[in-house]
Design a protein around this ligand. Structure first.
Ligand code: SAH
Length: 205
């Protein structure tokens, strides 16, 4: 059923569909929502944040055209679900979350499931540590009013970034940026709604 819904909505990449089928979303949602884990809707998680709708997870993943050798950066760990999906299709995932509570929860969940190629970092996605290096793929899962140049510059040549861009508390547009030989290609994809990307590490837990 889950795969069928995603297919019907236009997801066609077999590897993405298979991964969506393999990663148990019920482990990433709140206990009270387990029965709804495979419905195509976003759900509330701790710290006033949300786990994205499965279609949006699949769509953004498909747009990244991941390969097994890729190093991936995710900004906005939340539950860790999107990081889990990315990790099955790449070599290594670094995911950054500004809420310690969410980061620790995600880390435990991912370890339990045996997804060992994911590093969860408490930090600010607007200020990715230089020591983390550059990335083949970058996915932002919180709405940015604009994509910082410093973030785009973390793409390796040929790299792809995808991010929801637009005003907070309103509709945003998914934007895909490809680093080409001569510069950057930017394309607007579809409208989405994400929780805002906020600067700094969250003061509350
Ligand atoms: N990808 C997540 C859902 C993301 S919700 C999942 O699969 O469950 C967006 C997340 O981005 C929230 O947890 C929010 O706290 C985080 N976030 C917002 N601004 C951030 C920033 N500057 N740096 C890191 N994380 C941020």
């Amino acid at each position: 059923m889950f795969q069928l819904t995603l297919r019907r909505r236009g997801i066609s990449d077999q590897a993405v569909l298979r991964t969506m089928e393999e990663v148990p979303r019920e482990v990433f949602v709140e206990l009270r929502d387990r029965a709804d884990a495979y419905r195509d809707s976003a759900l509330a998680i701790a710290c006033g944040q949300t786990i994205s709708q499965p279609f949006v997870v699949a769509y953004m993943t498909e747009q990244l055209q991941l390969q097994k050798g890729h190093r991936v950066l995710e900004i906005g760990t939340g539950s860790g679900y999107q990081a889990a999906i990315l990790s099955r299709l790449s070599k290594q995932v670094l995911t950054i979350e500004r809420y310690r509570t969410l980061a620790e929860g995600a880390r435990k969940r991912l370890e339990k499931l045996g997804y060992f190629n994911i590093e969860v970092l408490v930090g600010d996605g607007f200020d990715v540590p230089a020591g983390a290096g550059d990335f083949d793929r970058i996915m932002v899962t919180a709405a940015m009013e604009q994509i910082p140049d410093a973030l785009i510059r973390r793409l390796e040549p040929g790299g792809i970034l995808i991010a929801p861009v637009g005003p907070h508390q309103a509709v945003q547009t998914l934007v895909r940026v490809v680093r080409t030989g001569s510069g950057f290609d930017r394309k607007e994809l579809v409208d989405v709604r994400f929780v805002p990307a906020l600067p700094g590490i969250a003061r509350e837990l």
